[in-house]
Structures are given as C-alpha cells and as structure tokens.
Design a protein around this ligand. Structure first.
Ligand SMILES: [Zn+2]
Length: 442
C-alpha cells in the first residue's frame, strides 16, 4: 500500500510540476515504512553501490553502461538523487526481471543505506576535500566510508582506489580489490595543496614514486614502512593529456577511453573492477567504455554557435587540478570560463578556489572569463593567480559569448563550473536551443 501511495505521489508531483518526482516517493517510503527499501532490495539480483568524493556519477553511469551492453537489466538512481530517498525512489518503480541495481550514494548517506541495500559490490572512488561546510576535513569522509564498509554483509566485494593512501589503508584489511591509474612513459605531475599526504598509519611524510593527481599515486612511508599496494586493475593512459578521447590500456588490451582525463581513467578503472566482481570481464567492459560518452557536465561537449563548449564539473581543488592540467595541455582550447556558484549543491563555502591551481591556467595565457553567482570572487582569485579576467559575467550565456569572442575562430571554450553553475550553463545553452549536445547520441 505504501508503494502504491508513493507511486501516486510521484505522478502527482510531475502533474503539478513540483519537480521531476525524483525523490518524492522515496521520501514517503522513508517516512511511512522504513523497512521497505530493505525488503524491496531483496528483489535485486545484485546491487552495486558507488560512493566517495569525486567520480560517483560517472562511475555509476559507466557500470550501468557496461552491464546494459551485456543485456543485463539495470536500475539506477538519477545523478544527484543520491541520498536515502533518491535510492528508495529508484527502487519503488516497477523493476525488470532479475535487475542489478547500480546506485550512486552520498558519503553521508552510505552508512544508513548499506544495511538496507546489502550491496554485492561496494565501490569507493576516492577521498578529497569537498564541501568543507558539510563534511569538514577528508579524514571525516574517510571515517564515514570506513564505518559503512564495516557494516557490509559477508561476501561483499569492496572495490577501492589503491592509489588513495588514506582510503586504501582503511579498507585493505577487508580484502578490498584495488584499482588505479598510471601514465605510460612520462608522468605529468599534478599537484594540489591541501590534500592529505601523510602516512595513514603513523602520520609521517609520504614519498611518492608516481603520482597521477593530488594525493593519488604510489607512495611509501620511510617512518613505519607502510606502502601502497599494486592495484589489481590498472588503467594505463597512453597520452597525450587533452580533452576528448584518450588512448588507454587495461590488462595489456588497448582501447580508446571516450571520457578523457585522469579522473575519468580512475572512474573507468573502478567500473572495470566492479563489473568483473559481478562476472563481466575487463575485455567486455573495455568495449562498452569505448562507446561511453561523458554526460551531464562531466566532460560533456555542447555546441554554441560555431564553437564547441566543454563543460567540466569542478567542485574541489583536486578535481580542478586535473581539469586545469588537461586544459593547459590542449592546444585546441581558445578561452576558459570559470563559473562558481554557492547554491544548494555547491557548498556555501567557496574558499576551496584559493587551493585550486588556476596559476597553471594563467601561465598558459588563455583568455579567462569569470562567471557564476560568485563571479566577482572568481575574478579576485584569478587576479591573484596572475590572470587578468577578460570579463566578469554572472550570467552563463553572456560569459560564454564573451569567451567565444576572445577565443577567435576554431578555438574551443572550456567551462569549469561548480554543480549549480553547471546546471545553469546547461539550462541556458540547451534550454535556449542555441546549443546542442555534441558528444552524446541521445
Ligand atoms: Zn608511516
């Protein structure tokens, strides 16, 4: 009865245009029947849960794409609906026979959702500084993930980032399966201040033998002898670093990763490891990933007039470092828009922009436009980075138009945007019908 009520409420909320109805049924279920989600999850063939600071949405979408290509029915929660009610809403609707659930779960909601979903596979992407006003320091998030991992039912496979010393140390004793990324040949060094680089066991200083981004890489502590484990699943990037498709390798098999960049290589490695844990081997995953198109602001390409606009969600210093390095290395980029807002999903505290490596952009001497609701803060930050913003436009269309003028013919535009700023850009460009999605089939 609760389910019927929840589904009616979902339809009603759509009819009354109260929202897409993505969380209303889940909210009702949560209030009226707290045991519902656990019972309903019993109908799933298997459940894969993805959590961590960066890459949840893309990793979830990649796993979903891999399974779907094998003809396996899946259900998933939409991007951002990653709290208890969002997951409950996804599961309240009619399920296909024998479905595998693939859910993105917020770090703060994980400990509560794990006993309800009893995941077959738990994927932990990484721990970075993010939403300081909500979670505080990375160690707090790491403890949340560890607490959830310790509530897993027997037999669950934990898939975790072996290149993240803090995270890996917390879950290694659970028999975790590690994934990682490295560059073939020369390693572009990406550094970010503010990420934990201390030994997870003794607090000593870590020494890195290789590093991909921020504190991710292979490290060892000279104080206590702790060292990173070699990842079981390692995506090797064959460069050069740029936006757009990138040659890669897994288990000696070459493939082209449509979703470019180090962050997406980590997402791909996590998805390959998770899929293997439920019986889909890397060689099959690799084929699906060759067709996987980044979406919803995660390296999505939009067309605006004659220009291509790359939309890169950027919400913390580590993510910014990876994106900035890609942008700086790509000679096809003509101008950059940095759009920072402080809306409901961004975190009110935008002080992280002072830890983001905009100096690297400034050294490329690319024209930069400050945008978003906090455009004036961005302009100040860019000035300190040694870049003089060409224009300051809180409005996304005005900002992208200004960037297009600066870029000249043939130059692509990159928009680094926080979550709600990214939504505003998508809404402005796609809603106004002046842009269309360039790198997606649908
Ligand atoms: Zn140590």
């Amino acid at each position: 009865m609760v389910r019927g009520f929840a589904l009616t409420a979902s339809k009603l909320s759509r009819t009354l245009r109260l929202g897409a109805g993505t969380s209303v049924p889940g909210l009702i279920v949560q209030r009226l029947d707290p045991g519902y989600l656990r019972r309903r999850a019993g109908a799933l063939e298997a459940a894969v849960v993805v959590s961590g600071t960066n890459g949840k949405t893309t990793t979830t979408a990649m796993i979903d794409a891999i399974l779907t290509e094998q003809g396996i029915p899946t259900i998933s929660n939409p991007s951002g609906a990653n709290l208890f009610r969002g997951v409950a809403t996804a599961i309240v609707h009619d399920l296909p026979p024998g479905p595998i659930g693939v859910f993105e779960v917020d770090e703060g909601a994980l400990e509560r959702l794990v006993p309800a979903l009893r995941p077959t596979v738990l994927v932990l992407t990484n721990v970075f500084r993010d939403q300081l006003d909500r979670f505080g320091e990375p160690e707090t998030v790491a403890r949340l993930l560890q607490a959830a991992a310790r509530r897993l039912p027997e037999g669950t496979t934990v898939v975790a980032n072996a290149d993240d010393p803090l995270l890996w140390h917390l879950v290694a004793d659970l028999g975790a399966v590690g994934f990682g990324v490295r560059w073939a040949g020369v390693t572009p060094a990406l550094r970010t201040g503010g990420e934990p680089e201390i030994c997870p066991r003794c607090g000593g200083t870590l020494r890195y033998s290789r590093r991909t981004m921020a504190h991710l890489g292979a490290a060892a502590c000279s104080g206590c002898g702790w060292s990173s484990s070699a990842p079981m699943y390692e995506v090797v990037l064959r460069g050069p670093m740029r936006l757009g498709p990138m040659p890669a390798q897994i288990d000696g098999m070459r493939f082209v990763l449509q979703a470019s960049g180090v962050s997406n290589a980590y997402n791909a490695a996590a998805a390959i490891a998770a899929a293997d844990a439920i019986g889909v081997g890397p060689w099959r995953s690799r084929r699906a990933l060759e067709r996987f198109q980044p979406r919803f602001g995660r390296g999505e390409a939009l067309e605006f007039g004659d220009a291509t606009v790359w939309l890169m969600l950027t919400k913390n210093p580590a993510g910014a470092a990876a994106v900035v390095a890609q942008v700086a290395a790509d000679q096809g980029i003509g101008a950059v828009v940095v759009a920072v807002s402080d809306g409901w999903a961004d975190g009110r505290d935008i002080s992280w922009i002072w830890d983001a490596d905009f100096e690297c952009l400034a050294s490329r001497r690319l024209p930069i436009v400050a945008s978003g609701r906090r455009a004036s803060d961005v302009a100040v930050r860019l000035k300190y980075a040694g870049a003089n913003p060409m224009a300051v436009h809180p409005d996304p269309v005005a900002a992208i138009s200004a960037a297009t003028e600066c870029a000249g013919a043939g130059g692509d535009i990159v928009v680094l945007a926080t979550y709600t700023a990214m939504l505003d850009v998508r809404h402005a460009l796609l809603g106004s019908r002046t842009a269309r999605v360039a790198n997606q089939q649908a």
